[in-house]
Design a protein around this ligand. Structure first.
Ligand code: PEP
Ligand code: MN
Length: 287
């Protein structure tokens, strides 16, 4: 690369000064809407997913998360319900009229996951899988690109560049914590990177305070801090019975905690010029 040449030509504000606003299922990411995605880390059963989805919907959230194929550190941990998990996600999302965000773990699973999801989630462990990123550049659905746990801001933006360069302009960046010397929490939430990336890039940036901290008691505070830092949205893990969760229970908000957080975000989001969609739907009784 010639000296002085911008490293992320397409992701940088140099090529596109105005914010990218992505339309998905009647909602927008990167505009005036605070885009909140919530749900369990993993789809575990119909009863679990439906109970959580109903609660999430009652707060006015418009996108449901849930892993069907899980990238677990240990091969002995729950790996996800796979296709059955995708079917359940589809049923729950249809029942409660929500969009779906779920992870595609590798290229061989793209065709399987693609028809079920509105946004393709690319995990932290795959941020540097350049072959995969190139293939995602040829898809026509929004990509939620998690920051690699060891990635610099430049590497993260260059990963987005691979997707943009392939022709897919719908990239949502997601800060999910990085590894540091301090292992007190699961990761270190780099909120400064959110403000910085908003300055460097026109792409929407959201924050996942669940993977970033690994600790339920600090998730609500970090969600609010992320909004104050200028995040375009949040991705939050919620569970009806976190003690019995098959994946990421300790970092999953209990339903009442999530409901309270959404109430707090209703007013806080205005500070950064955003609002929650369906505000008038807040706390509706879904029976
Ligand atoms: C998740 O969202 O459950 C997940 C595995 O995320 P990450 O890729 O950020 O670890
Ligand atoms: Mn998780």
């Amino acid at each position: 690369m010639a000296q002085g040449e911008p490293t992320y030509k397409l992701a940088g504000r140099g090529s596109k000064p105005q914010d990218t606003v992505i339309d998905v299922k009647g909602h927008t990411v990167g505009g005036n809407e605070l885009f909140v995605i919530a749900g369990p880390c993993a789809v575990e059963s119909e009863a679990q997913l439906f109970e959580i989805t109903k609660a999430v919907k009652s707060t006015g959230v418009s996108f449901l998360r849930g892993g069907a194929f899980k990238p677990r550190t240990s091969p002995y941990s729950f790996q996800g319900l796979k296709e059955e998990g995708l079917h359940l996600l589809q049923q729950a999302a249809q029942t409660y009229d929500l969009g779906i965000v779920t992870e595609v773990m590798d290229l061989s699973l793209l065709d399987t996951v693609y028809p079920y999801t509105d946004i393709l989630q690319i995990g932290s462990r795959n941020m540097k899988n350049y072959h995969f990123l190139k293939a995602l550049g040829k898809t026509d659905k929004p990509i939620l690109l998690k920051r690699g746990m060891d990635a610099t801001v430049e590497e993260w933006l260059l990963a987005a560049e691979y997707i943009l360069n392939g022709g897919n302009e719908q990239v949502i960046l997601c800060e999910r914590g990085i590894r540091s010397f301090d292992t007190t929490l699961r990761n270190t939430l780099d909120l400064a990177s959110v403000a910085l990336v908003k300055e460097l890039s026109h792409l929407p940036v959201i924050v996942d305070p669940s993977q970033a901290t690994g600790k339920r008691s600090v998730v609500s505070a970090m969600s609010k801090a992320a909004v104050a830092a200028g995040a375009d949205g949040l991705m939050i893990e919620v569970h009806n019975e976190p003690e019995d969760a098959l994946s990421d229970g300790p970092q999953s908000l209990r339903i009442p905690q999530f409901v309270k957080l959404m109430e707090d975000l209703e007013s806080l989001s205005k500070v950064s010029g955003k609002s929650l969609p369906n505000s008038e739907m807040q706390m509706v009784d879904l029976g």
